[in-house]
Design a binder for this molecule. Structure first.
Ligand code: TYM
Length: 329
């Protein structure tokens, strides 16, 4: 059976880009593939974190993933730092990736340009991400478009390791949704919607209520020619609304454009579709927050399940690279 793995960082608030680019597809994938999903808390540490806030954000994110529809009876859901196998494999990944490859990662360049303190972890982040993916023998990685370069590097690392030390890792491939792979900021449709940028009115958050969502869509930037057509280069704002409407209603952006001649109804329908998508998720989230002990228990069970494959992969990788087995020490 196909094996799926993906992760999300517990930083800031979950937004519509995370949902449409990744999370709703994780929910679908869990029913057709052996799926493992992860709150990648170690990835959050590349920038300094407030410890109490990181703990709270990680728990909240796990609850959001359950509320969105991940079913721990069907998939495996766990927290990255609960499996030491991820960090153990990371060193082998760092020694297989080249300095040049890591230097070329555009996310590192963007983030290090803006950060006052650039940690070593920010630079080696893609090696940890490669370990996340490879340790679970992953075939497919459902992600948004911004993770393309990281998954490509993971493939290169896997192929290099396999050719140096013999077949060890499954070479994974990224999968992207037909609509919503790159949800843009509603106020600046040439920048992606993001949890780290401070663009409150251009970002739809997981817990925005219907009035806020309507207001944000009403104020979304479009253009002056008033023609509804999917053309990302010429009409980024309108195309973003069509991508969102399409992704939220299971259609392509081109299909979503049919029948519209004005921006007003398009904005109203995009808002309505997002409200309809988020409403039941927000209600389930409220229920889950009442019992954090239950979420903690599910996460512990998820980690135990995830460890079965991860520990076998790490043992295989260590043996193949030439590390002495600890039993012969
Ligand atoms: P993160 O936490 O930034 O985002 C989680 C998922 O949301 C997608 N996404 C978007 N999709 C469409 N439009 C947007 N505006 C948008 N913003 C975010 C991301 O592509 C991602 O799929 N490095 C990863 C986390 C990670 C990971 C992994 C992912 C760590 N290890 C292993 C896959 C496999 C990240 O920072 O995602």
């Amino acid at each position: 059976m196909t094996r799926v793995f993906s992760g999300i960082k517990p930083t800031g608030n979950v937004h519509l880009g995370n949902l449409l680019g990744a999370l709703v597809h994780w929910v679908d994938d869990q029913h057709r593939a052996e799926s493992t999903y992860c709150v990648v808390d170690l990835h959050a540490l590349t920038v300094p974190q407030d410890p109490a806030e990181l703990r709270a954000t990680s728990m909240r994110l796990a609850q959001i993933l359950l509320a969105v529809g991940l079913d721990p009876e069907v998939c495996t859901l766990f927290v990255q730092s609960h499996l030491t196998e991820h960090t153990e494999l990371t060193w082998l990944m760092e020694c297989t990736a080249s300095y040049g490859e890591l230097s070329r990662m555009t996310q590192f360049k963007d983030k290090s340009d803006k950060a006052a303190f650039v940690s070593g972890g920010l630079f080696t982040y893609p090696a940890l991400m490669a370990a996340d993916i490879l340790v679970h023998d992953t075939d497919e990685v459902p992600v948004g478009d911004d993770q393309r370069q990281h998954v490509e590097l993971t493939r290169d690392i896997a192929e290099r390791f396999n050719s140096r030390y013999g077949t060890t890792f499954v070479v994974p491939r990224a999968t992207y949704p037909p609509a919503g792979a790159r949800v843009m900021d509603l106020q600046d449709p040439t920048s992606k919607m993001s949890k780290s940028e401070d663009t409150a009115s251009g970002t739809i958050l997981f817990d925005d209520d219907p009035t806020v969502i309507e207001r944000k869509f009403k104020r979304a930037v479009t253009d002056n020619d008033a023609e509804v057509r999917f053309d990302v280069a010429a009409k980024p704002g309108v195309s973003n609304l069509l991508s969102i409407l399409g992704a939220a209603t299971g259609r392509t952006p081109e299909q979503a454009a049919e029948g519209y001649t004005q921006y007003g109804p398009l904005k109203a329908d995009a808002a309505a579709a997002v409200i309809e998508l988020l409403g039941p998720m927000q209600a389930r989230f409220a229920e889950l927050t009442a019992d954090p002990g239950e979420t903690a228990r599910l996460l512990a069970a998820g980690a135990a399940k995830a460890r079965e494959v991860a520990s076998t992969t790490v043992t295989r990788a260590k043996a193949n690279i030439g590390l002495l087995p600890s039993s012969s020490a």
